[in-house]
Write a protein that binds this ligand. Sequence first.
Ligand code: NAD
Length: 337
Amino acid sequence: CSSTTPITATLFPGDGIGPEIAESVKKVFTTAGVPIEWEEHYVGTEIDPRTQSFLTWESLESVRRNKVGLKGPMATPIGKGHRSLNLTLRKELNLYANVRPCYSLPGYKTRYDDVDLITIRENTEGEYSGLEHQVVRGVVESLKIITRQASLRVAEYAFLYAKTHGRERVSAIHKANIMQKTDGLFLKCCREVAEKYPEITYEEVVIDNCCMMLVKNPALFDVLVMPNLYGDIISDLCAGLVGGLGLTPSCNIGEDGVALAEAVHGSAPDIAGKNLANPTALLLSGVMMLRHLKLNEQAEQIHSAIINTIAEGKYRTADLGGSSTTTEFTKAICDHL
Ligand code: NAD
């Protein structure tokens, strides 16, 4: 066990399969001797008037205080009068960029062997600004908001990420040929930032062409930066290139140094409570959190144990074609540590 003073991190186990895969993370982290103490917060059963959502004010305060956390999937409650949980987190904590690495896992065969992409999604505006209304009966309107401030912020993050992670190219994904004002502004901001990074190749790719290129040859891309809706779709497409949602992690970056790592997938109600979920995506999100905390040794140790367990092929969950339960797969990872 490490002798370092423990770091407190917020943990949202979330809904559905969330608590099962969060349990797996706790077990693996404890086995690896990671110096982290979890502050656990569950989604509330009633709307908290202070947040207008099922997320309590205290849980948001916990992330603000700790500046680091791990989040399981949260089911979107149906009904009116409250904000979506994920939207509340992004808005309240100002989580402006969502970083999703997507790479081929050695030992798990898919159509491609050489995927190594990073998608960086603007997380606060675009079509997801939550501004929808009915104009007259039978006609509704949704506002797509693009601001210079948010576009520059995410572009800066993408280029800095590329530079600090030894990446060579940033592609801005857009539809500015049709959405000339909104996507046009997004591109203008990307170009401005690109000028400050002459060592990084910058290109612009129209989203429909990008989809075609990604499924034909994902190695054509390196770091992709894009507005909110495109990022939501493209990052799931990328997850499909390497084996599906059970494998892909992400991390949300906030303005005042907050990092909230989360699995890309949802609460998987079809398999919840059955000990069938693949905890890899949340575990790899935990690894991203450890790297953010500069706990690189433990991050690499856990990462290798996950990769080796999957590559060995003896213990795999059903989504990867195996028959192991969540607990059996987790135990196999712990045995590799
Ligand atoms: P989902 O990602 O929960 O499930 C899609 C399919 O993938 C299902 O067949 C599921 O069994 C499978 N799957 C997902 N994660 C898996 C894992 N770790 N291991 C094995 N199989 C896995 O998507 P959905 O069904 O569209 O959404 C369910 C709920 O989750 C909804 O309420 C949705 O709003 C919410 N959601 C939350 C987040 C989040 O919190 N970030 C993201 C997406 C969806």
